[in-house]
Structure formats: C-alpha cells, structure tokens
Write a protein that binds this ligand. Structure first.
Ligand SMILES: *Cc1c(COP(=O)(O)O)cnc(C)c1O
Length: 416
C-alpha cells in the first residue's frame, strides 16, 4: 500500500490525538528506521527514549521469541517463572527492596500515587482521605484523569474534568516553594529529575539533593518519575544519581523493554510497597512472563553495553557541538547525556519537517524546543552525520533550508 493510502486510512479510522510527521515506518534496526519507500532516517527521538537500546536489539528479540514459545500470560492469579527473576534483577541493579510491575508509564505513576496515599494514611498517620501530594509545574506524568488533573498544561486538562483532589503544585526548581507547600498532610513529592516533555528542563544544581533532605526531614516520600530520564538516558542509570539522590520511590517504564513491549514498574522499600494487600491493586498484564523476560534482557543490554557511559560521553560531545551552532533561531541548547533540547525563538515544527527531508527524525516539544534523544547505541559516525544535518537546517547560511522553513512556517505545532 502507498504511504499516502496508509495515512488516509489512519486519518479516517483513527482518533486524531496525535499530529505525527508524515513518515510511515516499516522497519528499523539500531539507530535507523526505514519508511515504506525504503528511505532511511536516523531516529533522534527513540520513541521518547523507549528504544535507548536501539531498534530491534537482537538480544532482546531473542529473549522475546524464546519466551513467546513457552508462555506469555498467566495473570497474577497464578505465579510464573519469570517475574521472580525480574524482581531479583531490579533489586540487584538498583538496590530497591521491592518492585511492582505495571504496563504503561501512566499506570506506574498511578500506582505510585496510590502507594503514597496509602503509606500516608497507614504509616504516617494522615487522616483518611486527607493525604496531599506535591507536584511540580510543567510536569508530565502521563494521561490518566488523575495525572492530567494536576498538569499545568491547560490543553491536557481541557474538557476532561472533574479531577481528583489532593494535589498541590509548586514551581519546578524552586526549593523554598517546596518547603512552604509541605504540611502535616503531605505524603509525597512527585517530580521528574529533569523535565522531558516540558523541553528538557534541568533544575538548578542541588535542587534534588535539597528536595530529598526536606522530604526526609518532613517524613514525605520523594517520588522520582524516571520513566524518560532513567535507564541511561542522561548519562547515569538514573538522572537522580547526578546529585547522589536515592528517591524513596522510583518510577520506570519506556526503555525497560527496549521498545518491544509496554512494561513499567514502581521501585521502592518494603515500608512503602508493603502497604498493598491482595486485592488493593493489580493489572491483568502486569508482571506477565513475556514482559518480564523482555525487561530482563533490556536491562542486561543497558548494563552490558554501558549505555549510561555511552550517553555521558556522546552527550557531552553533542552538547558541545550544538553549542557552537551559529544560528539566529537558537535561544538555548541544554541537556544531560544524549538528551538535548534546542530551544528556538520560533516554532520548531518546520525545522523537524526540514530535518525529516534530510533523513533525521526528531519531534518538537512544547512548540519551540527540538528534543534530541537518539538511541544510546548510536555510533559516533552516525551521531556526527545527524548533527551535521541539524547544523545545515539551523545555521543561518543554509539558504536552501530557510526557504523550505519559510514555506512550512504555516504548519502549527500540535500535541505530541
Ligand atoms: C512517557 C512518560 C510518562 C507516561 O508514560 P506512558 O507509557 O506514555 O503512559 C510518564 N512520565 C514521564 C516522565 C514520561 O516521559
């Protein structure tokens, strides 16, 4: 089928809750994806960091096929022989005492919210139904009703109310605001150590460390949403490690399967995850043996191929290179590891369209930021090639592109 026909089908029969670039991907390998016409593109988004290990990593593929031949789903009504091994791997890799497996990132965040509230009631002694959770402005934690209810992005909320109560917003990066927002009723502070969807916003140095100290002193759980920042993306296994912070609750997803399968998890202590009794919480697919086998293989790739180390090294190099851009469009270049935001003084979408024509796929976030997040297995040569394309499109001398950008400037940036 022609790509135009596939796009027409999608537009006709599918809900329009995304505004994708019109590239129809048919297959992928490593850092490259291929469209239905056989053109290849360097993937500078990595499915929002779900494919840190690169597309179709052979070791994860093998684990998936081997497990699919045996058993894929048992439900948690029975035990399976893979879940205990994933629990052990997660414990050995991260040091957390316990884990609770879910499927999507949003579900894991919901799980953490439930755990925090019940911990607040049962352990901290907050009156029933009174527990409050502090969140950061411009957060992104997923799309469920509870989560969009405490988003500061009006579009995420518009039309979807009413929302659950019990959330209090503080400006991201403002430690005094956090201190003031905490009361006797506060059970948790939920935060992304680096805000991804908001445009790769790195908080002031020391913010997380001080937040952790305040939370400890006030008996409040520090809950880090590392669904996008974790598992190597920022140059450490977890972004919190840049400040030597070990949050009480760690939420992971995305790269936990290397892109093969939706799997997420909440990691915490026995004290926190111990609040769940049989029947309190669950998921039909959560902890299924196929997901667990895939996640174990995906974690092994992160460790064996030292993806955090690669991210740190290549990220440093890319950041330095991009800071040398001579472009009147660029306001700021920031990031950690291979997770870089290029903030422009105008809509980023036309530049993403121009990059697509040059064989590089990336996606604008919040209208004016180009987010770069290539798979962490990317070779230095491929990275260089991608950075060259970005330079060509953004630098003022690129007359050819400026014309195209002017032409495309009417295109409005829509939701992710
Ligand atoms: C992607 C993301 C989520 C939501 O994950 P889904 O799998 O899309 O539900 C939550 N938090 C952060 C920081 C994310 O990047």
């Amino acid at each position: 089928m022609l790509p135009a026909e596939l796009i027409a089908l999608e537009d006709r029969y599918g809900a329009h809750n995304y505004a994708p670039l019109d590239v129809v991907i048919e297959r992928a390998s490593g850092a490259w994806v291929y469209d239905t016409d056989g053109h290849r593109y360097l993937d500078f988004l990595s499915a929002y960091s779900a494919v840190n290990q690169g597309h179709c990593h052979p070791a994860i593929f093998e684990a998936m096929v081997r497990q699919a031949e045996k058993v894929t789903l048992t439900s948690r009504a029975f035990r399976n022989d893979q879940l205990p091994l994933l629990y052990r791997d997660l414990h050995e890799l991260t040091g957390y005492e316990m884990a609770l497996p879910m499927n999507s990132g949003a579900e894991a965040v919901e799980t953490a919210l439930k755990a925090a509230r019940k911990w607040g009631e049962v352990v901290k002694g907050i009156a029933a139904g009174e527990a409050e959770i502090v969140v950061a402005s411009n957060n992104f934690h997923g799309r469920t009703i509870a989560i969009v209810g405490f988003s500061s992005d009006a579009q995420y909320r518009r039309g979807f109310g009413p929302f659950p109560a019990g959330f209090r917003e503080v400006p991201f990066g403002d430690i005094e605001a956090l201190r003031r927002a905490i009361t006797q009723k506060t059970c948790a502070f939920l935060v992304e150590p680096i805000q991804g969807e908001a445009g790769i916003i790195v908080p002031p140095e020391g913010y997380l460390r001080e937040a952790a100290a305040i939370c400890r002193k006030q008996n409040v759980l520090l809950m880090a949403d590392e669904i996008q920042s974790g598992l190597g993306r920022t140059g450490k296994l977890f972004a919190c490690m840049h400040e030597d912070v070990t949050p009480d609750v760690m939420i992971i997803g995305k790269a936990l399967s290397g892109g093969f399968y939706p799997i997420s998890a909440v990691l915490s202590s026995r004290e926190v995850l111990g609040v769940f009794s049989p029947g309190d919480h669950g998921s039909t697919f959560g902890g299924n043996p196929l997901a667990c086998a895939i996640a174990r293989a995906a974690l092994r790739v992160i460790v064996d191929e030292d993806l955090p180390g690669r991210s740190a090294e290549l990220g440093c190099y890319a950041l330095h290179s991009l800071r040398g851009l001579r472009s009147s469009h660029v306001v700021a270049v920031r990031g950690k590891g291979l997770w870089i935001g290029i903030e422009l003084n105008r809509a980023a979408r036309p530049f993403c369209e121009a990059l697509k024509l040059r064989g590089v796929l990336c996606k604008e976030t919040h209208e004016r930021v180009i987010r770069l997040a290539p798979p962490l297995i990317i070779s230095k040569d491929d990275l260089d090639w991608g950075l060259d394309q970005i330079r060509e499109v953004l630098e003022d001398s690129g007359g050819e592109c400026n014309e195209l950008i002017a032409e495309l400037a009417g295109t409005t940036a829509l939701g992710e």
